[in-house]
Design a binder for this molecule. Structure first.
Ligand code: AKB
Length: 321
């Protein structure tokens, strides 16, 4: 029997992960952790337990872990890359200070821990194409610094204390439930909203800026499948490269035009996001994830686009454009 706490459960990944885990392990066995100002609502609130669980407040997290006899923590709290550049001190406090709190609690109370890393853990001098699993990681953003340090800390707690830490390097995640907010890859979500609303999309990245992306259902499978994987097969732990597609803005625009032929996009590059994107890989190699725990994404650009447009049409016709 699993008892799971999700920290940061009202964010882009957490809000969908929580419902997915509840349908798998039972509603009562998945606690939705939130911070003040980002309280859960609707199905997330009504379908199971919810507790305030601020990652920077170790005693609050420990109390929740004890109260619900938690054995697995999904730590989804973080500032995304562009916001982290605007608020580097806060990014460190949440990303690294918060992770340290979680790992210490996991060590004392014997929990497994999932913490996402990112393609942001790579930098300018990392090989750009088919970036290997084990390679140079010298990012120059605070987001990247916290992600690399987080990977190392996860491996340290596994090797030194036997804490079952596991992680994937997520690419940009495309989804239609909760907005990402503050990421470099957010454009790949915003473009679909603009298309469905009939607006011209102002793209913050230049044409030809390739980055890896993934549709949310695959990202949820990645997190859950890795946490359920046989530990004997894991050569790596923190963190696995995972990807579904390597794309750039023109490719997204063309995929949308297959469904909405008069969709328009113009380029208005944001220098902060462009600089971050230029330091990230064009594509990463996820062979180790495939070999060690059977990673197998189901969505490509075509099927992601079909599903995103269908879901957003439903969502925006209910909520108004
Ligand atoms: C971001 O753009 O900051 C994130 C990421 C790729 O880690 N979506």
């Amino acid at each position: 029997m699993k008892n799971i706490l999700i920290i940061g459960s009202t964010g882009q990944i957490g809000s969908e992960l929580a419902l997915c885990l509840r349908s798998r392990y039972g509603n009562e066995n998945v606690v939705v952790g939130y911070i003040k100002g980002a309280e859960p609502s609707g199905e997330l609130l009504e379908s199971g337990p919810a507790e305030e669980a601020d990652i920077t407040n170790a005693s609050q997290i420990a109390a929740t872990v004890k109260k619900y006899k938690i054995d697995t923590v999904y730590n989804m709290a973080a500032l995304l890359s562009a916001t982290a550049e605007a608020k580097p001190q806060m990014a460190w406090h949440i990303g690294l200070g918060g992770l340290f709190n979680v790992l210490e609690i996991a060590r004392e109370l014997k929990c497994a821990v999932f913490t996402p890393s990112s393609i942001g853990a790579f930098g300018h001098n990392t090989p750009k194409d088919k970036t290997p699993q084990d390679t140079v990681q010298r990012p120059q953003t605070m987001y990247g610094v916290t992600k690399v340090a987080g990977e190392l800390l996860g491996d340290y707690y596994f090797k030194r204390f036997g804490v079952d830490t596991r992680s994937v390097r997520f690419p940009g995640l495309i989804s239609h439930v909760a907005h990402p907010g503050g990421g470099t890859t957010d454009y790949a979500v915003e473009i679909y909203y603009a298309a469905v609303k009939g607006e011209t999309f102002k793209c913050p990245l230049q044409a030809g800026t390739f980055m890896d992306m993934m549709y949310m259902p695959d990202a949820l499978d990645a997190a859950i499948d890795l946490m359920e994987a046989n530990p004997d097969r894991l050569v790596h732990r923190n963190s696995f490269n995972v990807t579904s597609m390597s794309i750039e803005p023109e490719m997204l625009c063309s995929a949308i035009r297959e469904h909405i032929p008069d969709f328009k996009m113009e380029y208005c590059p944001d220098p902060v996001r462009q600089a971050i994107a230029d330091s990230w890989p064009n594509s990463i190699d996820d062979t180790c994830a495939k070999e060690e725990w059977g990673w197998n994404p189901k969505y490509n650009l075509k099927s992601t686009t079909e599903n995103m447009l269908e879901e957003l049409k439903k969502k925006l016709s209910v909520n108004g454009l």
